[in-house]
Design a protein around this ligand. Structure first.
Ligand code: SAM
Length: 206
């Protein structure tokens, strides 16, 4: 069932600001000025506010309330499935924020195999790493995991598993290898991983 946060975009906005505090302020440095950025699973497009104003931001999502809310604020976001490559745009950076942990493993692999075709410079992945508290095999961890999965239920996917530090590291390495990415940079800032996967050819210049 879709959690209250995914039914009311303004509530999601307040909740997510509380979770991140100022944790997204490094995104400007990571993406840079004058870049085109496409975000599959863009929600209502909140990431636009963390980019340089001269960046060109667009995105797709399947949550109609979120898309309507963002469009009313003049954001270039549309209804679309992240696994449908015909909805993608070719851009400097494909941004994947807070989406991987919603998806099944095979869908994560597919998502990245699509993203890599549309990113000219890099793919940037942002994932919350405080969720590792729900990855342990004890009753408290399982209980916390259930609460988190209920609050984070997007109405499209069911979160069955929260990844540990080791699982995130292994996932990022698999995504790098399976997409023949030469260079990857991972930084952890305010309990979030910021992963940059440089598209070959651009990797040497960066
Ligand atoms: C946690 S939210 C993150 C939204 C946004 N990236 C942000 O950081 O504010 C996850 C989003 O993924 C979207 N989503 C999940 N599966 C999707 C799919 N197959 N196609 C399009 N959007 C999807 C949900 O509707 C939800 O808005």
């Amino acid at each position: 069932m879709k959690s209250i946060f995914f039914r009311y975009p303004s509530l999601y906005d307040i909740g997510i600001r509380f979770l991140y505090f100022d944790g997204l302020k490094i995104l400007k440095d990571i993406i840079g000025p004058k870049k085109s950025v496409f975000e599959p699973a863009c929600g209502f497009g909140r990431m636009k506010r963390y980019l340089y104003p001269d960046c060109n931001y667009s995105g797709i999502d399947l949550n109609e309330e979120f898309i309507r809310y963002g469009q009313k604020r003049n954001l270039d976001i549309q209804l679309g499935n992240i696994l449908d490559s015909s909805r993608y745009r070719s851009v400097d950076t494909v941004l994947l924020c807070d989406i991987l942990h919603h998806l099944k493993y095979k869908d994560i692999l597919e998502l990245l195999s699509i993203a890599v075709r549309f990113a000219k410079e890099k793919i940037v992945i942002i994932e919350p790493t405080f969720v590792k508290i729900a990855s342990k095999n004890n009753w408290l961890s399982r209980f916390v995991g259930k609460i988190m999965a209920t609050l984070d239920a997007d109405g499209l996917n069911e979160i069955e598993h929260w990844m540990s530090r080791k699982e995130y590291d292994s996932l990022f390495q698999t995504l790098k290898d399976s997409n023949h990415i030469e260079r990857m940079n991972i930084r952890n800032y305010r309990n979030h991983d910021f992963v940059e996967m440089y598209i070959n050819g651009y990797a040497q210049k960066a």
